[in-house]
Design a protein around this ligand. Sequence first.
Ligand code: NAG
Ligand code: NAG
Ligand code: NAG
Ligand code: NAG
Ligand code: NAG
Ligand code: NAG
Ligand code: NAG
Ligand code: NAG
Ligand code: NAG
Ligand code: NAG
Ligand code: NAG
Ligand code: NAG
Length: 635
Amino acid sequence: MINISRILVCFVGYLVVPASCFPPDIQALSILERAAPVAPDGYTPAVVSCPAHRPTIRAATGLSTNETDWLPLRTNNTVQAMKDVLSRANISGLDTGRYIDNLTNAGTGLPRVAIAISGGGYRALMNGAGALAAFDNRSTNATETGHLGGLLQSATYLSGLSGGSWLVGSLYVQNFTSVESIISATDGFLSTIWQFDHSILNGPDGLSITRYYRQLFDDVDGKRDAGFNTTITDYWGRALSYQLVDPSDGGPAFTFSSISNDTDFTSAQAPLPLIVAIERTSGQLQIASNSTIFEFNPWEMGSYDPGLEAFAPLQFVGSNFTNGSIPRNGSCIAGVDNAGFVMGTSSSLFNQAFLQIGRVEGVPEFLISAINATLANVGSENRDIANWPNPFFRYNSSGNLNANSTVLALVDGGEDLQNIPLHPLLLEEREVDVVFAVDGSADTATLWPNGTAMVATFNRSEARVSSNDSRFPDVPDQNTFVNLGLNQRPTFFGCTNGSNTPRGPLIVYMPNAPYSFQSNVSTFDLEYSIEERNQIIQNGYNMATMGNGTVDSNWPACIGCAILARSLVRTRTRIPSKCADCFARYCWNGTTNNTLPNTYEPAQILANTTEQSTSSAARISGTLLLSCFAFMLAI
Ligand SMILES: *[C@@H]1O[C@H](CO)[C@@H](O)[C@H](O)[C@H]1NC(C)=O
Ligand SMILES: *[C@@H]1O[C@H](CO)[C@@H](O)[C@H](O)[C@H]1NC(C)=O
Ligand SMILES: *[C@@H]1O[C@H](CO)[C@@H](O)[C@H](O)[C@H]1NC(C)=O
Ligand SMILES: *[C@@H]1O[C@H](CO)[C@@H](O)[C@H](O)[C@H]1NC(C)=O
Ligand SMILES: *[C@@H]1O[C@H](CO)[C@@H](O)[C@H](O)[C@H]1NC(C)=O
Ligand SMILES: *[C@@H]1O[C@H](CO)[C@@H](O)[C@H](O)[C@H]1NC(C)=O
Ligand SMILES: *[C@@H]1O[C@H](CO)[C@@H](O)[C@H](O)[C@H]1NC(C)=O
Ligand SMILES: *[C@@H]1O[C@H](CO)[C@@H](O)[C@H](O)[C@H]1NC(C)=O
Ligand SMILES: *[C@@H]1O[C@H](CO)[C@@H](O)[C@H](O)[C@H]1NC(C)=O
Ligand SMILES: *[C@@H]1O[C@H](CO)[C@@H](O)[C@H](O)[C@H]1NC(C)=O
Ligand SMILES: *[C@@H]1O[C@H](CO)[C@@H](O)[C@H](O)[C@H]1NC(C)=O
Ligand SMILES: *[C@@H]1O[C@H](CO)[C@@H](O)[C@H](O)[C@H]1NC(C)=O
């Protein structure tokens, strides 16, 4: 099907011959969009000159000024998309355009939308990608009746955890391109990332396995030689980057903080990406429900939780921040926040899967030894750790549980069972009104979600671990989720019946379910054909749109009502009857049935439809073949 070496031939050819020689399709290949490879020395962190305003650690007493400055820009930019989505929602009884205009004129209270993409390996990435494609007004047909395009453009926050962080991180380092432009040849552009038919254990097409492993080894070796603590997560993050960042060399110089410099990001053309991981304090092996939850955003890393309550400037993590600031004669160090390392940190549970390389043929001995060496100084129970230089060393020694350690150990964001990255969206200051919570977890024995992530976040909220969190709505136990089918169709949690003032956002829970494909693939399955990848993404699209509104033609209206739910209460606007119907239908009404269900084996929801992805894959190869042919004739 898609032949990467052919693409490389075209691409290399492009570099040596003037662009005018090429047909338009080939020229498009040169716009492989990226964030910036700005790290000082590839994967090896190194000294850079300090900015005039020397970076410091800040107390997490509120949002950063970076974020509070950015939010009004983003709010303004969401207005038109939100009006479009609401207008297509066609909520009779409310002039939504006028309603939003009123709020805009008042300069306050525009609905604030967030999207959260769960963990669950490649399954979660693909299911989440389908949902984002459905929410994206750039996707073909996404602004037709029954579709939800524009919800992504209406969103202020987009969080990702573990497999979900691969999706979010990958899109941002690709200049926030659309899912569709990654998986199909849109306008002649064909992306070379997400080639999951080439397992991460074997490396990308076009790169020999020896060369692949040599690069992984050299990158991590360089970081270690520079005096940084490395673990198997460094290898894992490097390997991921060949699929998510750049298939030729894994983009060793791409930093997550470089997103903060991207003009589309600074002008708030895209939502704020948030990636979640969990802190492990020294000696702690079990991740408790009160663990300190970290977030990475393009400006900072840190936590609002009581175990830390501090943030470090992400670009400069690795500098000596002892006691909160870099000594006068100290230097600024950059390059620790490699984009793949951030994604690897959020998904460090997969280190275990990566250990399978011992069984792959052709993996060089030096790499196995190197990995064994990083494993040797930790117990087997510590293999899921990403070691970051601790920027919070000696900072706030009373509240900071890791104040006495020079190493900051972070683990997979889902290890506390909160597999949907809701936590950063519950922070009161962020004033989120609705979260579209896309759950690709494998909870049941049959690898479908059963609400476990929702229950975990509810439990943590009830335990009042952090006073910064707004209350999470009540949710039932997992047996109820399964018995009532709440894990099979979207459900709203936190509905108020329009009366009492709600605390915290409405949660629209969107579980992975078999709409057009049995997408319950194993979390640790590391290889997918392009066909299977596209089918799972298509299923995610169908899940989000309920089969483009064929399962319920009111679904787009109900999504509109979910966006407006909190706002309508705030503005004391009468709930339109359409929305009252939606809330009656989609809100969990408190009913429970906690009897143990039978094995959960859901039937496919949509009748088999003819597949589009095959033809689109054929179209890609066809386009390429023609382009390459034209290219060869040109020289
Ligand atoms: C990033 O995407 C935006 C919007 O699509 C586009 O205008 C811009 O040129 C892209 N930047 C790069 C570096 O490709
Ligand atoms: C708000 O967005 C509109 C277009 O979307 C733009 O014309 C206007 O300048 C923006 N206003 C501010 C204050 O950024
Ligand atoms: C918009 O504001 C005007 C003036 O306050 C009010 O009469 C009208 O009902 C509002 N419209 C909506 C849809 O909220
Ligand atoms: C878009 O909609 C048209 C008309 O319904 C259909 O023929 C086409 O296959 C759709 N394209 C995609 C990518 O869904
Ligand atoms: C890396 O961190 C581990 C665990 O904290 C520690 O045992 C080890 O000595 C550190 N290695 C280096 C090179 O700092
Ligand atoms: C942003 O770009 C400027 C100018 O190139 C550079 O000095 C700065 O380090 C960059 N910031 C980040 C976070 O990469
Ligand atoms: C979690 O609770 C336990 C027991 O109360 C306590 O020892 C521990 O320090 C807490 N951890 C965090 C991160 O707050
Ligand atoms: C965030 O804001 C601070 C304070 O205004 C500023 O010094 C810093 O450069 C900003 N960070 C980024 C990455 O832009
Ligand atoms: C870091 O800075 C502190 C002073 O703030 C100093 O005592 C310490 O020696 C420095 N550490 C390193 C490794 O340079
Ligand atoms: C690495 O460790 C594994 C398991 O502990 C062992 O079987 C293997 O021989 C080691 N390989 C090397 C090259 O040290
Ligand atoms: C760190 O060490 C200081 C001094 O030894 C001690 O007072 C403090 O309690 C320790 N903090 C933690 C979180 O262990
Ligand atoms: C729900 O998922 C949890 C976590 O995997 C599992 O322990 C439990 O048995 C599941 N319950 C049901 C009813 O599926």
